[in-house]
Design a protein around this ligand. Structure first.
Ligand SMILES: Cc1cc2nc3c(=O)[nH]c(=O)nc-3n(C[C@H](O)[C@H](O)[C@H](O)COP(=O)(O)OP(=O)(O)OC[C@H]3O[C@@H](n4cnc5c(N)ncnc54)[C@H](O)[C@@H]3O)c2cc1C
Length: 517
C-alpha cells in the first residue's frame, strides 16, 4: 500500500536511483519511495544465472521469450545465438553460467566510487580486479602483454617515446587542468599533439576502453584525461586493478544491496510500476503519477529524483518545463553510447594457451577501420570472466566475454553488427584454432544506449539539479555537469552529486576521496 506522501520519490531502481535512495534512507532518515517500471531492481545492472532449463533473474525463472523481453529493458536486442536461444535454454547449456545483459566490469573495482558508496551504506561487495593487460595485434596475431612502465613492443622507438610523453602529460595534470578540455574532443586533443598514427591509434584505443566510444572525435577530452589523472592517486594502472568483476548473482547484486539498505531503513520500492508523469505546479515538483496496473495514482513529495535517461524523460516531464532549445538539442544531437556484447560458453580455459596472465584484459585495436562505414575504428575488449570468479561458469568450463563499443545507430543495424561478430570469430579462430570446437554456446546482444546518452562535443550534460523546476533532481550515467567518466562508476558519481543537491550537504566529501570527485 503506497502512502499518500513521501519526503523523496525516486524514479528508477537502477544503480543511481538505488544509490541515492540508500543514503537518503539510511543517513538522512528520509521517507523514500523508489518507483520502477520493470519487475526487477537494478536497471542496467541486469544479470542472469543459468539454471537447468531456464535462466533466472534474482530467482525468477525465464524461458527464451522472457529472456529476450528482459534484455530489451536495457535497450538491447539479441543479435546472434548459437545454438538458437530456445535450444540453448531447453537443453540446459546455460546451466551454471552467470552473465550480464548490462554492465560486465566496473572501473577501478574495489577502489572505485561504487565500492565507496556500497561501504558507506555498510553493504560491501568484493570486486576482484584484472591482473594483466594485453594487446593483440590483429594484423600479425601477436600477443603483447604490457608491463607497468615497459615499452610498447609493436611500436617504433619514436612512437614509444611520444606515447609515453602524452601519457605523462595527462597523468601529471591536476583535475583543474583537465577541466580546460571539457568542451573539446579527445581526437582534437590528440591531433594537436601528434602526427604519428601509431601513437594516435594506441591512445585512441586506450580511450575507447574507458569512454566506450570507438571514435575519439566523439569523446569529451576531459572525461578521458581525468581517468588518467585519477589513476595515479588511486594507485591503479591498466595492468592491475583497473576494472573489477562481481561473482554470483552478478552485477545485479549491487541493486540488491542498495535495496536492502533502503528497505532496512523504512524506504519502499515499487516494481512493475511505471511513472506516467512528474507533477509540477508553479515550477515546483509536487510528486508523481504512477500506473499501478489497475489505474493511475498520485503520490506526493516535495523532492523528486528522476534517473531515466534524458532522451526518455519528455514523456513524463512535459517539455514545457525545459527551455525549447535544450529540448531540441537533446532530441536532435544527444546520442546513445552503444555496446555489442558477446558471451561464449567454452569447454576449456582457452586463454591458458597463451603466455599471458589468465586474468588479463585483451585489447584488439582497429579490427575494422572507420573507412568501412563505421563511426570510428572498431576495437575489441575481451577477457575470461570465470578466471576472476570461478562461480561465473560451471566447474571445468569457462566464460569468455567481448565488449565492443559501437554507437546507437550501428547497434540497431545488422549490416554493421554482424560483420563485427564475423571478424571477431575469424580473429579468434586464427589465434585459438580449436575455438569453434571449444565453444558450447554463444550469445551476442547489442544495446543502443548501454552506456547512456551523451551530449555532442561542446555541450554540457544536464545537471543533477533542475535550474527550471524547484525540487526536481536528476541522477544517472547521463547527468551531472561535474560528473566525469563513463558507465556505472559515473552513474554513482552522479548519484553522489545528486545527494549533495538534494540535501544541501557535502556527501561527495564524506563518501569519495578527492580524486573521485
Ligand atoms: C550491454 C551493457 C554493457 C555495459 N557494460 C558496462 C561496463 O562494462 N562497465 C560499466 O561501468 N558500465 C557498463 N554499462 C553501463 C552501466 O550498466 C550503466 O551505466 C549503469 O547501470 C546506469 O545506471 P543508471 O541508474 O544511471 O541507469 P539505469 O540502470 O538505466 O536506471 C534507470 C531506471 O529507470 C527505470 N525507468 C525508466 N523509465 C521509467 C518510468 N517511466 N518509471 C519508472 N522507472 C523507469 C528503468 O527501468 C531503470 O531501472 C553497460 C550497460 C549495458 C546495457
Amino acid at each position: 500500500m503506497v502512502a499518500a506522501k513521501y519526503d523523496v520519490i525516486i524514479i528508477g531502481a537502477g544503480a543511481a536511483g538505488l544509490g541515492v535512495g540508500a543514503v537518503l534512507a539510511k543517513k538522512e532518515h528520509k521517507k523514500v519511495l523508489v518507483v520502477e517500471r520493470e519487475n526487477y531492481i537494478g536497471g542496467r545492472l541486469l544479470s542472469f544465472v543459468g539454471k537447468k532449463n531456464s535462466v533466472s533473474v534474482l530467482g525468477k525463472d525465464l524461458d527464451a521469450k522472457g529472456f529476450e523481453k528482459e534484455i530489451s529493458s536495457v535497450y538491447a536486442r539479441m543479435c546472434r545465438a548459437t545454438p538458437d536461444l530456445d535450444t540453448m535454454i531447453s537443453q540446459g547449456l546455460l546451466d551454471g553460467y552467470t552473465f550480464e545483459a548490462g554492465i560486465h566490469a566496473t572501473f577501478w573495482g574495489d577502489k572505485g566510487r561504487l565500492a565507496y558508496l556500497l561501504n558507506f551504506v555498510d553493504k560491501p561487495i568484493p570486486m576482484p580486479g584484472n591482473e594483466g593487460f594485453t594487446i593483440l595485434d590483429p594484423k600479425t596475431d601477436t600477443w603483447y602483454e604490457l608491463n607497468k612502465g615497459g615499452t610498447y613492443a609493436w611500436m617504433s622507438p619514436e612512437a614509444n617515446a611520444e606515447t609515453k610523453k602524452l601519457l605523462k602529460e595527462m597523468a601529471t595534470m591536476t583535475m583543474k587542468d583537465a577541466e580546460k578540455y571539457e568542451l573539446i574532443s579527445f581526437g582534437q586533443w590528440l591531433n594537436e599533439r601528434t602526427q604519428n598514427r601509431e601513437v594516435y591509434e594506441y591512445l585512441a584505443g586506450l580511450a575507447s576502453i574507458h569512454m566506450v566510444t570507438g571514435e575519439p572525435n566523439l569523446m569529451p577530452a576531459a572525461d578521458f584525461i581525468k581517468f588518467m589523472v585519477a589513476a595515479k592517486d588511486i594507485g591503479m594502472n591498466l595492468v592491475t586493478g583497473s576494472t573489477g568483476l562481481i561473482g554470483q548473482p552478478g552485477f545485479i547484486d549491487i541493486g540488491v544491496k542498495f535495496a536492502e539498505a533502503i528497505r532496512e531503513n523504512g524506504g519502499e520500492i515499487l516494481l512493475d510500476t511505471p511513472v506516467e508523469e512528474v507533477i509540477i505546479a508553479d515550477k515546483k515538483a509536487k510528486g508523481v503519477k504512477i500506473n499501478t496496473g489497475s489505474g493511475s495514482q498520485t503520490v506526493e513529495a516535495d523532492q523528486v529524483v528522476c534517473t531515466v535517461p534524458i532522451k526518455h524523460v519528455f514523456g513524463m516531464i512535459p517539455e514545457s518545463n525545459f527551455p525549447a532549445d535544450f529540448v531540441k538539442t537533446v532530441k536532435e544531437r544527444f546520442w546513445g553510447v552503444g555496446m555489442l556484447s558477446g558471451f561464449i560458453g567454452l569447454k576449456r580455459n582457452i586463454i591458458e594457451d597463451k603466455d599471458v596472465n589468465p586474468k588479463t584484459w585483451v585489447l584488439v585495436p582497429s579490427i575494422i577501420k572507420d573507412t568501412m562505414g563505421y563511426i570510428g575504428d572498431v576495437d575489441i575488449i575481451m577477457f575470461m570472466s570465470s578466471n576472476y570468479n570461478p562461480e561465473l561458469a560451471p566447474p571445468g568450463k569457462s566464460l569468455w566475454i567481448y565488449s565492443i563499443a559501437l554507437v546507437d545507430k550501428e547497434t540497431v543495424d545488422d549490416s554493421k553488427v554482424q560483420p563485427v561478430i564475423d571478424e571477431v570469430t575469424r580473429i579468434m579462430q586464427r589465434n585459438f584454432p580449436s575455438y569453434l570446437e571449444d565453444m558450447e554456446w554463444q550469445l551476442w546482444t547489442a544495446s543502443s544506449e548501454g552506456y547512456g546518452i551523451c551530449p555532442p562535443i561542446g555541450v554540457r550534460r544536464p545537471d543533477v539539479k533542475s535550474p527550471w523546476v524547484e525540487g526536481l533532481f536528476f541522477a544517472g550515467d547521463g547527468y551531472g555537469e561535474r560528473r566525469w567518466g563513463m558507465g556505472l562508476d559515473s552513474a554513482i558519481h552522479s548519484a553522489i552529486l545528486c545527494l549533495d543537491a538534494v540535501t544541501g550537504k557535502n556527501y561527495s566529501e564524506q563518501i569519495i576521496p578527492e580524486y573521485h570527485r
